[in-house]
Design a protein. Structure first.
Length: 255
């Protein structure tokens, strides 16, 4: 009896476990369907949120792109306005600046308005108001500024000497740009004292093959009673514009 009862008990336990498993399986299946439905709703909700966020990011990206394009245009036109108001072009005509500049070369020039030319600068001078310069094409000449207000300048034995304003000592001017060929000792000129508001300039070509309309007294070429004025300086040609004139002429000058 005892052992039978024991076997019967095992059968009852197996049956109950089977029922429990079946019940649990139904609950899991039902829960899975419910959770699956919720998962679909959640996925759908996430998709809508993604699309909204993606649309916002895309809109913001487009706005940034348009802002960048607008900023580039503003910078470009601002730079163009600044450039055209500060720089212009000049074409060399003649041989008075050989070996630094040659006939036909195209150079960038900074307008003198608001800028002060220094000794040694290559300058563009407006001479349209002087009768002696009627033969000048375009009413402009390009030369080298040698002396300014208060200076004294002379050339002795082919050597330019200058006594700077406020000083009493004469100094030899170092001019690596000057070209004399075999005519150095034929270039001498007497002392000039640069008056108030005046300038003294020369061409770089000091040889006999170069005729330069400059500040020296020359019958039919230069002034007889005064020097040119600082106010006549129209532009200044920077050293970098001379050094890189071939590249710059291709960029800024059209044929």
């Amino acid at each position: 009896m005892g052992s039978y009862a024991h076997r019967r008990g095992r059968k009852t336990s197996v049956f109950n476990l089977r029922k429990i498993h079946q019940f649990n399986a139904r609950r899991i299946k039902k829960a899975g369907e419910t959770n699956g439905s919720k998962g679909m709703n959640k996925t759908l909700s996430d998709s809508e949120l993604y699309e909204a966020r993606h649309g916002f990011k895309e809109s913001r990206s487009n706005a940034r792109f348009l802002y960048a394009i607008f900023l580039i245009f503003i910078l470009f036109f601002s730079f163009s306005a600044w450039w055209t108001s500060n720089f212009g072009g000049v074409i060399v005509d003649g041989n008075s600046m050989n070996q630094t500049l040659y006939d036909g070369e195209k150079l960038l020039m900074r307008y003198a308005s608001g800028y002060k030319a220094n000794r040694g600068d290559v300058i563009v001078v407006y001479v349209g108001d002087y009768e002696e310069c009627d033969s000048v094409k375009g009413e402009f000449i390009i030369k080298r500024l040698i002396a300014t207000e208060g200076d004294k300048v002379r050339c002795d034995n082919g050597q330019i000497e200058i006594c700077y304003a406020g000083e009493s000592e004469w100094k030899k001017l170092n001019e690596p740009y000057a070209y004399y060929a075999n005519y150095r000792f034929d270039y001498d000129f007497a002392e000039y004292e640069v008056g108030i508001g005046e300038i003294f300039f020369l061409g770089d070509n000091r040889s006999g093959r170069g005729s330069s309309l400059d500040s020296r007294y020359q019958e039919g070429l230069s002034h007889l009673d005064c020097l040119y004025k600082e106010a006549d300086i129209y532009g200044i040609v920077p050293a970098w514009a001379i050094e890189h004139h071939q590249i710059l002429s291709k960029i800024f000058f059209r044929e």
